[in-house]
Design a protein around this ligand. Structure first.
Ligand SMILES: Nc1ncnc2c1ncn2[C@@H]1O[C@H](COP(=O)(O)OP(=O)(O)OP(=O)(O)O)[C@@H](O)[C@H]1O
Ligand SMILES: [Mg+2]
Length: 361
């Protein structure tokens, strides 16, 4: 359709993954030879707490600066990027359309009916679609994945990238990006996920995104407004620290002895409850899997010491920490220490960087 300029479309070009999230900008370049991947370049640049709020860019200059810095530090030579939009202005829906329609006819029809699917005026949104395949119970129809996003949200992201000197080549949607990133988690799943239901939970700063992958198929996705920001605020309140102090303290662990009992444990209990609630929704919405065989924890909060063990004990489900870079080579310019430290929070960046290897349709 061209409106979204790249959304859902497949292009086989080297691209840099740029994850613009609430706490930082993450930049990742992956290389591939056969089945072997290499982390070619990686950098994380922190953002002021007010720069990105609920997935919307509030302070474009600060974000542009962080993107430019991250790219500079990563040492990447790539000039094209894949970025993703997320939040309340993104809408995805599967709709039915006549199987006989050409792409142009589909486009006209979808535009004509758009107000049925999208709560915004057609002038204000970018729309893209992809034919998924024949509809299950109607032979003359096809299932079409419709994706729409408010144009100002897309423009905010692309402007920041352009102003940092990079071409925003692919615009994706975060939920699909996380799904793509699961490729790099397969090595951790029992039987690489075959015949198992696995919950992948990315616990970031302001959002927790959950996917349930059953036998390799994504059956459920859910975003909750919950994340490490809450722990930072709890630390600020409990110890009278500033935002910066609390953020550093929780990463470097230099907090008073009562930290675990008084602040961290209640937060981990909240994490467990959020996951549990998400799973209950999944069980209620699906008649496929009866149990979850594994939880994979990602996002910056997965770096909390022993969080896998604590979630496992609380939910009685085997739980591991996401290791997307395990088995990958690390190129000289990507510092191994940083790669290891930031690994759990790079799932979005991995899914975006992977767009470089999309097959040409
Ligand atoms: N070692 C650590 N211990 C505890 N918390 C940590 C640690 N490392 C990072 N975090 C927290 O993880 C969060 C950042 O995670 P991440 O980078 O995944 O979030 P984000 O992608 O910026 O946010 P969102 O996806 O919600 O927009 C912050 O709240 C940060 O304080
Ligand atoms: Mg994130």
């Amino acid at each position: 359709m061209g409106l979204f300029d790249g959304l859902l479309s497949k292009k086989n070009e080297p691209v840099l993954g740029i994850d613009i999230s609430s706490s930082s900008v993450k930049v990742l370049e992956l290389g591939r030879r056969g089945d072997n991947y290499t982390v070619e370049a990686l950098a994380v640049e922190g953002l002021p707490a007010t720069a990105v709020v609920e997935k919307q860019i509030v302070e474009p200059e600060a974000v542009t600066e962080a993107v430019a810095k991250a790219i500079g530090r990563s040492g990447t030579k790539l000039k094209r990027a894949a970025v993703a939009v997320a939040g309340s202005s993104v809408i995805t829906k599967t709709i039915l359309m006549p199987a006989s329609y050409s792409d142009a006819e589909l486009e006209d029809q979808i535009k004509a009916e758009a107000d049925q699917y999208i709560p915004y005026s057609i002038e204000d949104v970018n729309i893209d679609f992809q034919v998924l395949g024949p509809a299950e119970d109607a032979e003359d129809q096809v299932e079409v994945l419709l994706a729409a996003c408010r144009r100002d949200t897309v423009d905010d992201r692309t402007n920041v990238i352009v102003n940092a000197g990079i071409d925003p080549w692919i615009i994706d949607i975060e939920a699909f990006v996380l799904e793509n990133a699961c490729t790099f988690l397969r090595h951790q799943m029992p039987d690489e996920g075959r015949g198992h239901a696995i919950a992948v939970v990315d616990i970031g700063s302001s959002t927790t995104s959950m996917l349930v992958v059953n036998n390799g198929e994504v059956e459920y996705t859910r975003d909750q407004q919950f994340g490490g920001r809450q722990l930072t605020e709890d630390i600020m309140r409990h110890y009278g620290m500033t935002w910066e102090e609390a953020g550093k303290a929780k990463r470097f662990g230099n907090l008073p002895e009562d930290y675990d009992g008084a602040v961290l444990s209640p937060f981990i209990e909240d994490i467990a409850q959020q996951i549990d609630r998400g799973l209950q929704f999944y069980f209620a919405s699906s008649n496929q899997a009866k149990q979850i065989d594994q939880i994979i924890l990602g996002g910056g909060c997965a770096a909390i010491a022993n969080i896998d063990q604590r979630v496992r004990e609380r939910l009685q489900i085997p739980t591991v920490i996401a290791k997307p870079f395990k088995g990958m080579n690390i190129a000289g310019r990507a510092k191994p220490q940083q790669v290891e430290r930031d690994e759990t929070s790079m799932l979005q960046a991995c899914g975006l960087a992977m767009r470089a290897f999309d097959p040409v349709p």
